[in-house]
Write a protein that binds this ligand. Sequence first.
Ligand code: FES
Length: 50
Amino acid sequence: MITIEINKKKVEAEPGETILTALKRAGVSVPTLCHMSNLFPSGACRMCVV
Ligand code: FES
């Protein structure tokens, strides 16, 4: 497990988990366009910047 700090808030993330998934679980809102939870992350639109 690793700890991410965003907006002065500490967020725990599991190995292999995306930053976006960890942030969403912690209630941090991240705008997305191309992210679909049932597909492999592509990082195509650059909206989320994670
Ligand atoms: S939502 Fe498109 S790159 Fe993250």
